[in-house]
Design a protein around this ligand. Structure first.
Ligand SMILES: [Zn+2]
Length: 468
């Protein structure tokens, strides 16, 4: 079943017109987790600088989203956790000794200045991206400040506090009967999987390193429970996976999901720690190998939200996200980096590329064949996708008994949040009701700031681009 595909140059269709909405808040690069912490929001600013200096602002709409409010955050997270995030600061930390333990805030997830504002920016971008996709105001939404997939309902985890992805998907579910979440971060997308583990309205597919690696979840046999059974896909990989191998597992898995599950919206988490040479990662993807996932996902023409995520070798994350932004706008960016305020980070070559190393690929064809065969067999249960609606789908007699038990267990042990929302859901025909906004729905009627550049800067960039 597993066949190694050739890895060719990436192709775009310059005549294809996609409306791309790009979300960026200039404040995001100012937040710092603390000296020596591997997570650096500055990389988002570096990526933005490349994106602007390559002239992509001429191709897409650039927005600064309203920060997510406490009320919006509580659509997934608990009130007391969000209340804690909004009140704790490095100065009053002593007053929250008990809460720090309870909410897992400390070493990996430190309390830093502006933590709550940082969460608001990340969540606001993903929620507004989803709202614009819902209203048909764009085909693709990008938010590199988002993608923080480890955050739990009432717990910080793995450098993530607010799960902007879950909030964005909840927004998409107001209009979309089925949403697919795809995660190419080197770590398992545990927070998102857990949030939707008991529902068939969201399918999660995570490709990650498994085995003595954070967060320790994401086994092949974890496929969801209750109504969500067969709607969680886990692709546990070993060290050193390269471009051709990743493509050869990614494309058939995603291809089958698109064919059988038929999602009406897709969220793609583009964690950059799966790149070769990442400080924390152990994969061997080049920039093209990573970007191939973005290009392949885009090829289905389904409304797409593209998010950031991990990524700890900043120059490579910035390069890759800039290149991928180009692809999403049907442009292959030239390899000569334009001059930008962080130019010195890209020496000695100053090129737009992340090259693979000669590290050993521990993913044998036999191992991948086992994974692929198993996943395809599971996915067959989702084959009648168009009938997977809000209404209950009749199942096999033997499945019925398990389901209630599974679901009860899942609500107790996992988040179970979507289960509660599904039970309180409106009928199918209300999905596309555009007239009156739901309570709590993101309002996108206000046009946010067009561009982060002044008219002067835009002219300067135009002139620079014409010189070439
Ligand atoms: Zn990661």
């Amino acid at each position: 079943m597993y066949v190694q595909l050739p890895f060719d140059d990436l192709k775009v269709n310059p005549n294809e017109k996609k409306r791309v909405a790009y979300f960026y808040d200039a404040d995001v690069g100012n937040y710092a987790y603390g000296a020596g912490h591997p997570m650096k929001p500055h990389r988002i600013r570096m990526a933005h600088s490349l994106i602007m200096n390559y002239g992509l602002y001429k191709k897409m709409e650039i927005y600064r989203a309203k920060p997510a409010t406490k009320q919006e955050m509580c659509q997934f997270h608990t009130d007391e956790y969000i209340d804690f995030l909004s009140r704790v600061t490095p100065d009053n930390l002593d007053l929250f000794a008990k809460e720090q333990i309870k909410f897992n805030v400390g070493d990996d997830c430190p309390v830093f200045d502006g933590l709550f504002e940082y969460c608001g920016i990340s969540g606001g971008g993903s929620m507004e991206g989803a709202a614009r996709l819902n209203r048909g105001k764009c085909d693709i939404a990008i938010n590199y400040a988002g993608g923080l997939h480890h955050a739990k309902k009432s717990e910080a985890s793995g450098f993530c506090y607010l799960n902007d992805i879950v909030l964005g998907i909840i927004e998409l579910l107001r209009y979309h009967p089925r949403v697919l979440y795809v995660d190419i971060d080197v770590h398992h997308g545990d927070g998102v999987e857990e949030a939707f583990y008991t529902t068939d309205r969201v399918m999660t597919a995570s490709f990650h390193k498994y085995g003595e690696f954070f967060p320790g979840t994401g086994e092949l046999r974890d496929i969801g429970v209750g109504k969500g059974k067969h709607h969680a896909v886990n692709v546990p990989l070993r060290d050193g996976i390269d471009d051709a191998t990743f493509k050869s597992i990614f494309e058939p898995v995603i291809g089958k999901i698109m064919e059988w599950y038929q999602p009406s919206a897709v969220v793609l988490q583009c964690g950059g720690d799966s790149l070769s040479g990442d400080k924390l990662g152990c994969f061997n993807l080049s920039m093209s190998g990573h970007a191939n996932c973005v290009n392949y996902m885009k090829s289905f023409g389904v409304p797409l939200m593209v998010l950031g995520g991990g990524g700890y070798t900043m120059r490579n994350v910035a390069r890759t996200w800039a290149f991928e932004s180009g692809l999403l706008n049907n442009v292959i960016l030239p390899s000569e980096l334009p001059y930008n305020e962080y130019y010195e980070y890209y020496g000695p070559d100053y090129k737009l590329d992340v090259r693979p190393s000669n590290m050993y690929n521990a993913n044998s064809p036999e191992f991948l064949n086992k994974i692929l065969t198993n996943i395809i067999a599971n996915l067959e249960h989702t084959q009648h996708a168009p009938s997977v609606q809000m209404n209950h789908v009749p199942r096999d007699a033997e499945d019925l008994g398990d389901e209630e038990e599974d679901t009860r267990e899942a609500i107790d042990t996992k988040g179970g949040s979507q289960q509660a929302r599904d039970e309180a859901i409106q009928p199918v025909n209300e999905f596309y009701d555009d007239e009156d906004k739901d309570v709590g729905e993101r309002d996108v009627s206000v046009q946010p700031t067009k561009s982060e550049l002044t008219a002067e800067e835009e002219k300067e960039l135009e002139a620079m681009n014409q010189d070439e």
